[in-house]
Design a protein around this ligand. Structure first.
Ligand SMILES: Nc1ncnc2c1ncn2[C@@H]1O[C@H](COP(=O)(O)OP(=O)(O)OP(=O)(O)O)[C@@H](O)[C@H]1O
Ligand SMILES: [Mg+2]
Length: 252
């Protein structure tokens, strides 16, 4: 399902996937996907990949840095590729990519982060990646058909340009190979309220707590979402959060 605020970006992403698929994975428009937390970055990519039967491997760039400089961590994260048996394309979704350079890291850390960025660059340049296989052996895998998506909130900045990304610390060589940039938009209160009625979690709670008045619960949850909306920094996730709270925390 696509929310009204997601329609534009979803249409563009569909076009990207169309080119990727129809060219038999020769056209690989790697891109940066920015947007506030909870606005549907992961949701849209996995939805579109699934629709076209394309496997997806998710890796988290922020966790790579925590482990330090060594190439090991990216190699380990990428080792998931070994489990995907397919001759077609694979989407590698790199989440929290912005954490590699936008969080005012301390000096030593900066170098470590630049190191990880370089490792991604090597992968984009060589169409091959050294991944950590069984028995601690490194195995070279072909990533020549992989489409890379680099996602992140990027300080919630609007109008991210290549210029700005360079200022934030993204390398020119990197931007040369990941030349596209798309963004998800903030989700309106109206759209969030529209998700309540048929919410799967809500239906499950109704099954568990049979005595609940559905009408009252739905109304109260909607009211709470409206109150929370202004300070909401978790996007669509607020809907499920408030549903949980309604049943488990708040005295109804
Ligand atoms: N159109 C939609 N319909 C239903 N659920 C949605 C929709 N868009 C997003 N969601 C749900 O909202 C939650 C947040 O979306 P998602 O994880 O895609 O956000 P994100 O932009 O990747 O956030 P983050 O930056 O924190 O990773 C998820 O549980 C997702 O399933
Ligand atoms: Mg996400």
């Amino acid at each position: 399902m696509v929310l009204p605020e997601q329609e534009d970006v979803a249409t563009t992403l569909e076009r990207v996937f169309e080119a990727y698929l129809k060219s038999n994975f020769v056209i690989r428009p790697h891109f940066i996907l920015s947007g506030e937390s909870g606005t549907g970055k992961s949701h849209l990519i996995s939805m579109i990949a699934k629709k076209h039967g394309i496997e997806m491997l998710e890796i988290n760039a922020a966790s790579l840095t925590k482990e330090g400089v060594s190439g090991n961590s990216l190699s380990k994260a990428m080792s998931g590729l070994l489990n995907i048996k397919t001759s077609s394309g694979i989407v590698v979704f790199v989440d929290e990519f912005d954490k590699l350079f936008t969080n005012g890291a301390a000096q030593g850390t900066h170098e470590a982060l630049a190191g990880v960025q370089n490792e991604f660059l090597t992968m984009l340049e060589n169409d091959s990646a050294s991944v950590f296989g069984d028995y601690g052996k490194y195995i070279n895998v072909n990533v020549g058909k992989v489409l890379f998506v680099f996602a992140g909130a990027f300080n919630n900045e609007d109008n991210l340009t290549h210029e700005r990304l360079r200022e934030l610390g993204m390398r020119t060589e990197f931007l040369g190979r990941v030349s596209l940039q798309f963004s998800t938009k903030k989700i309106s209160l109206e759209s969030l309220l529209g998700l309540v009625e048929h919410n799967i979690l809500l239906q499950e709670y109704f099954k568990v707590f049979k005595g609940t008045s559905k009408k009252k619960a739905t109304e109260t949850i909607k009211e709470r979402i409206s109150t929370e909306y202004k300070k909401n920094a978790i996007g669509v996730r607020v809907v499920n959060q408030i549903i949980h709270q309604y049943f488990l925390q708040i005295k109804a």
